[in-house]
Design a protein around this ligand. Structure first.
Ligand code: TXA
Ligand code: MG
Length: 310
C-alpha cells in the first residue's frame, strides 16, 4: 500500500475536530476517535450501535504516552518488549489523573490498551497529541472489516473518512490479556497464547467464556456473517458455500479455499473477507471444514464457534 502523507493529514484534521474515522491496523480496521474527548468517544458508540457498557480499546504509539494514563507492571514490560507493536491488547489499571474519557471504559477503573503495528496507523498516531479509542469498524455483533471496502459496506455515508491502509495482514482481532491481577486471557486473537506463556514462563488462565461477560467478544452472538454457519463439516449440503483449508483432488461445486496448504495464518487473513463475499454472492448457508485447534487455529475456531451461534 502506498504511503500517502496527505491522507494522514486529512485523517488528523477529522480527528482533531472530534470526528470518528476508520483506520487500518494489522488485525482489523478500527473506528477511531480521540480517547480524551467525551464528544468524540460518544460518536463511536452511536455509529457502531454499541452498548454503552462495552468498553473500547485505546491505541498508543509508545509506552511513555501509555504511562500518562495507566499503571504498568513487570508482566506488561516483559510482554511489551517482545510483542508490541503488535496484535496484543493489555488490560491495565487506569491512573487516577488519566485523561481517558469515562465513556471509553464505562466508568471502570481498567483500560484495554494496544500498540498497533501498521505503518499508516502508527504514522498517524505519532502526529496526534491524544491516543485513539478504536473498536473494530463494524456494526455491533457483525463481521469485522479487513479492508476499506468492508468499512464502506458497514457504515455507508455515515462514516466521514476511511484511511485506506490496504488489506489487514493478520485478519483477526488482537489477543486480550488482563494484567491487573494474575495474567488471564480474555480473548483469543492474532497473537498465539503459547508465545505469551513462553515469555511469562508459565501457563496462563484462559477466561474467554465467563458467566459474567466482561468482553463483548465473549458474548455468544458475535462475528456474525448474517447467515447460518456450520463448523467441522465433512459433507456439505448442496446449497452450502463450503470453505476449505487444504487442496482437494475432487472438484466440488460451491467451494472456496481459505488456504490451499493448510496455512492457518492465511486462513485467518482470509476468513472475514470470504464470509462477507459468500454472503454477498447470495448463499443461504456456510459450511466450514474442520480447522486444527492449534496455534492460530484456536482463535479461528473461537470466531467460527461464535459465528455458528447465529
Ligand atoms: O485488534 C483489535 O483489537 C481491534 C483493532 C481495531 O485494534 N479492536 C477491537 O476492538 O477488536 P473491539 O471493540 O471490537 O473489541 C475489543 C474488546 C471488546 O470485546 C471489549 O469488551 C474488550 O475488548 N475490552 C475493552 N476494554 C476492556 C477492559 N477494560 N476490560 C476488559 N475487556 C475490555
Ligand atoms: Mg469487535
Amino acid at each position: 500500500m502506498k504511503f500517502n502523507q496527505s491522507n494522514i493529514k486529512k485523517a488528523k484534521k477529522y480527528l482533531d475536530k472530534n470526528n470518528c474515522i476508520a483506520v487500518p491496523t494489522e488485525t482489523v480496521y478500527g473506528l477511531a476517535a480521540n480517547a480524551y474527548s467525551n464528544i468524540a468517544v460518544k460518536k463511536i458508540f452511536k455509529l457502531k450501535k454499541r452498548p454503552k457498557n462495552n468498553p473500547l480499546i485505546v491505541h498508543y504509539s509508545n509506552i511513555d504516552d501509555l504511562k500518562k494514563d495507566c499503571l504498568i507492571n513487570d508482566n506488561f514490560i516483559k510482554l511489551h518488549k517482545k510483542f508490541s507493536p503488535g496484535p496484543l491488547t493489555y488490560v491495565l489499571k487506569l491512573k487516577k489523573n488519566s485523561k481517558i474519557s469515562k465513556y471509553v471504559t464505562n466508568n471502570q477503573k481498567n483500560l484495554a490498551a494496544r500498540f498497533p503495528n501498521h505503518r499508516v496507523f502508527r504514522n498517524l498516531l505519532q502526529k496526534l497529541d491524544y491516543p485513539l479509542a478504536a473498536p473494530s469498524a463494524n456494526i455491533s455483533t457483525k463481521l469485522s472489516s479487513v479492508q476499506a471496502l468492508d468499512v464502506k459496506e458497514e457504515f455507508g455515508s455515515k462514516i466521514k473518512y476511511i484511511l485506506d491502509g490496504g488489506k489487514c495482514n493478520i485478519g483477526l482481532e488482537s489477543t486480550i490479556i488482563n494484567l491487573t491481577s494474575k495474567p488471564t486471557i480474555l480473548r483469543l486473537g492474532g497473537l498465539n497464547i503459547e508465545k505469551i506463556e513462553k515469555i511469562l514462563n508459565k501457563k496462563i488462565t484462559i477466561n474467554i467464556n465467563p458467566k459474567k461477560i466482561i468482553t463483548s467478544g465473549q458474548s455468544r452472538l458475535h462475528y456474525s456473517p448474517g447467515i447460518p454457519l456450520k463448523i467441522n463439516v465433512t459433507k456439505p449440503k448442496k446449497e452450502d458455500a463450503f470453505l476449505l483449508i487444504k487442496k482437494r483432488r475432487i472438484t466440488l461445486s460451491n467451494y472456496y479455499y481459505l488456504s490451499k496448504k493448510n496455512d492457518l495464518n492465511e486462513v485467518a487473513k482470509n476468513l472475514y473477507s470470504y464470509l462477507r463475499k459468500i454472503k454477498k454472492k447470495g448463499y443461504k448457508s456456510i459450511a466450514v471444514e474442520k480447522i486444527p485447534n492449534k496455534g492460530m487455529g484456536k482463535a479461528i475456531n473461537d470466531r467460527l464457534n461464535r459465528a455458528s451461534k447465529y
